[in-house]
Design a protein around this ligand. Sequence first.
Ligand SMILES: *[C@@H]1O[C@H](CO)[C@@H](O)[C@H](O)[C@H]1NC(C)=O
Ligand SMILES: *[C@@H]1O[C@H](CO)[C@@H](O)[C@H](O)[C@H]1NC(C)=O
Length: 187
Amino acid sequence: MAKQISRQICKTLFSFFLFVILLSDTALSVGKSINLKKPCKHFLFHLHNVAYDSDNTANATSATVINPLGLGNFDFGKFIIFDNPVTLDENYLSKPVARAQGFFFYNKKTTYNAWMAFTLVFNSTQHKGTMTIMDANPTMEPTRDLAIVGGTGDFLMTRGIVTFTTDLVQGNKYFRVKMDIKLYECY
Ligand SMILES: *[C@@H]1O[C@H](CO)[C@@H](O)[C@H](O)[C@H]1NC(C)=O
Ligand SMILES: *[C@@H]1O[C@H](CO)[C@@H](O)[C@H](O)[C@H]1NC(C)=O
């Protein structure tokens, strides 16, 4: 009789622990899911690109390094390297909060498509670290989402989305892009 009771207790305990394990596993997977409406960090920045045009050496922040001619009307093959200032407001002369360092190239013959890979480098009292962005940027679309694929320092191992909106284009000399940054993984 006593043996039977202790066996029953064992069984109950076992199923209780199984239940706890299952429950904690569910809790963990719920914790890992990402709420796209609630980024863990959110920033609004403006990126300024001053193209080098042979008479603005002092102010240029980007340079075309390859420019094959004759491949259609959308700059196919053009390759640009940049070290652009990133500011909190739209003013090009405002104190930069970060630099955007990287490159893009045009890789579509039917429309403008700038494929980009660059790093936002932060080195201020507010933020130290990097966020790396890599994606297609179909520049004629009103807004474009690009993937934030990682980071270091204050943005260690981050992931997220940056939404680009072109603010202003002045011929081939200057453009300004609004960057709406939403991070979904913060550590
Ligand atoms: C650089 O930019 C400043 C401010 O826009 C302007 O006053 C200056 O003439 C520019 N210098 C060159 C070399 O383009
Ligand atoms: C960051 O800023 C500090 C202080 O101005 C400077 O000493 C350091 O070289 C900078 N680091 C980078 C990577 O630019």
